[in-house]
Design a protein around this ligand. Structure first.
Ligand SMILES: Cc1ncc(C[n+]2csc(CCOP(=O)(O)OP(=O)(O)O)c2C)c(N)n1
Ligand SMILES: [Mg+2]
Length: 783
């Protein structure tokens, strides 16, 4: 019977073979009509073959969750294939349409991806917030049947250049981060070349500073054994001082080059000469590349030790990019591919017969039955695919505040306060979070009621000292607000992690994050990342636009509605009035809980501009239209020559302009757009459905604009880039003049700025006059 280590060594080679073959197959055997190299990162995958073998076939448990370095995707798929969770067809179609994904994807791959990766750095930081989310749940007694898991990231050394990783490190420290493992694939190579000298030492001190355990896996067992022999100390010193670039080059050149260089650098040193004379060229190459990250016993031992405590651990595992392949060490190997001849030689070395490349047990030293028994008993796979669901929570009534004049931002704060005051099961499952703008985005009253989350309870010192303050910020395990530092990146990654709790931990949390609208761009990649994984959350971005007039151009947002429209998985709304917001918020709470493509995350672009509220009772039809994205605030008549469409905080200007226009133009209409995003998406969907033969398919915006005569013009207006609404003319072929903001903001009053950028009532009337000429608009003469 083979021992455990022998089987693991067999599997390591198998993983290396399968990942290399998957890429080779995709490139060489599949016709590539675009004439483009499919790429596939054979060397990046090889770098991690031993580490991933040790993790997946030994160290990991079903409750652990892993962010796999994007370029180790072939390795990951190979492992899942061996475990029975990936198909040969998908591997054969790696990087092809519907095949195994180039970078692990939660939504597109079938093989139990925990966290999607691709944009380097994000998967790594995601594990910090997944761990905090796990603590959040555990502190409330949720997921009681699920053991605490390790949140693991396989990290490239060049990936550690990404600043978002350090932002997460700081935030993790504040939250007493636990159960997080980062395994750094320290191959000293990036995409373009070789990493700066001495990075490992810097990393060690950074991680130690933030309270992490650092485990350095530098040398494998072969090297350690050599160091113990006469001349060994010299060898170790030489390796320790060897520049990364030279080490890489010698690795690529192989045994003879190692020998020549070592002898040249130790002329006259008999002990060292004797030591290396005991190795033939192949053995010397194996020895010199026997680093910790390729040494299964060291890896198994390190992971087993780390399992005994809950402190965060950074493993710095020295590796060789392309280890075991002819590409090993070459600085140009990132997208390098093995040639057919190299692949043939590698196949022979792996003991694999031509035509048997995909067979699981082909070429193994251990018998098939024994390996299968081993695979069947792999702890990580004991529970099969680990995708959970959680029941949908009933959403309580959301009642708009009764203030006569109020901003959507203030209304949001009041509605959340009411939610916090109530005792719904839903409210207990809300987690709020904000990057140091909790109070300024009106979350304060909610936090007073629902407290800050911390694993250790702590009272608000101001309160215990009886110093008057509006905010009672006690920290407790029951707390529902996750206080974040100012780094917006962390907000989006936290939303991503908390927005996946149903799937990862079988417990639903509805995360609500508040952020200043302009700073969405600061975390736009993270937002995209969260949506790509289908995390479910509600993003409340406030204030927005140039309504934040005195703050000036650095605090004003222009393009964010286009971010909302163009971001898949995120539905954006920009209501003007509190009653609209109440309906939309309720819908958002429900929509975020829907399964699959029927649901998604929601972005509410709110404003701090207080608006006089309409006195109205919203009927069922109008309520539905508000959620569908638009309704007639004033329906156009059959003689309409001009219609105004607006979204968000410019409602008063649009209403005023239409009121004045109506004195000189007949039947003027006023279209309130609550979601340009939704209107556009449904229009696209309906068009596609018609093209597919569903002749009666009609989108809400098509129904609305059917009331507008064909020769009528549209004037659209938004406190945002004009493209947000300009497309409305394409729906039914109306002429459009799109007003909005397309230059950096200024300081001033709202009136100053709306005049300056041409989104005030006068500008709307001027546009109407120009696009729908007729008798002069008298009110324009006066302005
Ligand atoms: C945000 C982002 N920028 C750039 C890239 C392109 N890219 C992919 S891998 C890589 C460097 C990889 O180096 P490392 O993390 O050390 O992994 P290795 O190649 O050594 O396996 C780069 C720049 C990316 N995927 N994401
Ligand atoms: Mg690297």
């Amino acid at each position: 019977m083979a021992d455990r280590l022998e089987i693991l060594r067999d599997l390591e080679r198998k993983v290396l073979w399968l990942s290399s073959w998957t890429i080779h197959n995709a490139n060489r055997l599949r016709a590539n009509p675009d004439g483009m190299k499919v790429g596939g990162h054979q060397s990046s995958s090889a770098s991690l073959a031993a580490i991933m073998t040790a993790l997946y076939f030994d160290a990991l448990r079903p409750e652990d969750r892993v962010a796999v370095k994007p370029h180790a995707s072939p390795c990951f798929h190979a492992i899942q294939y061996l475990l029975g969770h990936q198909t040969r067809a998908k591997l054969e179609n790696f990087r092809g349409f519907g095949g195994a994904q180039s970078y692990p994807s939660r939504t597109k791959d079938i093989d139990d991806v925990d966290f999607s990766t691709g944009s380097v750095g994000l998967g790594v930081a995601q594990t910090v917030f997944a761990s905090i989310a796990q603590d959040f749940l555990k502190a409330k007694g949720c997921a009681a049947d699920l053991p605490e898991g390790k949140m693991v990231a396989l990290v490239g050394d060049a990936e550690l250049d990404e600043g978002n990783i350090y932002e997460a490190l700081v935030e993790g420290w504040k939250h007493g981060l636990r159960n997080t493992w980062w395994v750094v694939d320290y191959n000293r190579q990036s995409l373009d070349g070789v990493i700066h000298e001495g990075l490992a030492a810097r990393l060690e001190s950074v991680f130690a500073t933030f309270g992490w355990d650092v485990v350095v896996l530098k040398y494998g067992a072969l090297l350690e054994a050599a160091f113990a022999k006469p001349g060994g100390a010299k060898l170790r010193a030489w390796i320790d001082n060897c520049p990364n670039e030279l080490y890489s080059a010698l690795t690529y050149q192989g045994g003879a080059a190692w020998r020549q260089r070592l002898l040249a650098d130790h002329a006259g040193d008999n002990a060292l000469a004797t030591l290396i004379a005991a190795y033939d060229d192949d053995a010397l190459a194996r020895l010199m590349t026997n680093l910790g990250g390729h040494d299964l016993p060291s890896l198994l031992d390190a992971f087993a030790k780390a399992r005994t405590h809950d402190r965060p651990v950074c493993f710095i595992a020295y590796t060789i990019k392309g280890a075991g392949l002819p590409l090993a060490g070459h600085k140009d190997n990132h997208a390098g591919l093995m040639t057919d001849a190299q692949m043939d030689a590698f196949r022979t070395a792996c003991g694999i017969r031509p035509g048997h490349e995909w067979e699981k047990f082909e070429g193994l030293a251990t018998g098939a039955e024994e390996v299968q028994r081993f695979l069947d008993a792999v702890p990580f796979a004991a529970k099969g695919i680990r995708r959970f669901t959680a029941p949908v929570l009933d959403v309580p009534a959301i009642v708009p505040p009764s203030e006569k004049t109020i901003s959507t931002q203030a209304a949001f704060g009041l509605m959340l306060n009411e939610l916090g005051r109530g005792d719904s099961a839903f409210a207990d499952r809300v987690a709020t979070m904000s990057p140091d703008v909790t109070v300024s985005t009106n979350l304060g009253p909610w936090v007073n009621r629902r407290k800050l989350f911390a694993r250790e309870a702590a009272e608000d010192l101001f309160r215990t000292q009886r110093i008057p303050s509006t905010y009672k910020w006690d920290r407790s395990p029951e707390g529902q607000h996750v206080e974040l530092g100012i780094a917006e990146s962390n907000l989006f990654l936290a939303l991503s992690a908390f927005g996946l709790t149903a799937s990862l931990f079988g417990e639903r949390i509805v995360p609500i994050g508040t952020v200043y609208d302009p700073f969405i761009l600061r975390g736009a990649d993270q937002l995209n990342y969260a949506c790509y994984q289908d995390a479910r959350f509600i993003l409340v971005a406030t204030p927005s636009g140039i309504t934040l007039a005195p703050e000036g151009g650095a605090h004003q947002s222009i393009g964010t509605p286009l971010v909302g429209m163009s971001q898949p998985g995120l539905l954006s709304y920009e209501p003007a009035f509190a009653d609209e917001l109440a309906l939309i918020l309720r819908f958002a709470f429900e929509y975020a809980q829907r399964e699959g493509k029927d649901g998604g995350s929601i972005y509410l672009r709110l404003s701090s501009r207080a608006l006089e509220q309409p006195t109205r009772r919203i009927g069922a039809r109008q309520a539905a239209e508000i959620v569908e994205g638009g309704y007639w605030l004033r329906a156009p008549g059959p003689s309409a020559r001009v219609v105004v469409a607006y979204t968000g905080a410019v409602a008063p200007e649009a209403i005023e302009a239409v009121g004045l226009l109506a004195e000189d133009r007949r039947d003027v209409g006023l279209l309130a757009v609550t979601s340009a995003d939704r209107l556009h998406a449904d229009w696209t969907r309906a068009s596609r459905a018609r093209e597919d033969g569903q002749a009666d398919s009609l989108a809400p915006i098509e129904r609305l604009l059917a009331a507008v005569p064909g020769d009528c013009a549209l004037v659209t207006v938004a406190d945002a880039h004009p493209a947000a609404l300009g497309w409305l003319g394409a729906v039914a072929g109306h002429r459009v003049r799109a007003l909005g903001v397309d230059a950096f903001g200024q300081t001033g009053t709202i009136a100053d700025l709306y005049r300056h950028y041409g989104i005030d009532a006068a500008a709307i009337m001027r546009a109407a006059q120009a696009i729908a000429p007729g008798r002069p608009i008298r009110h324009l003469a006066g302005v």
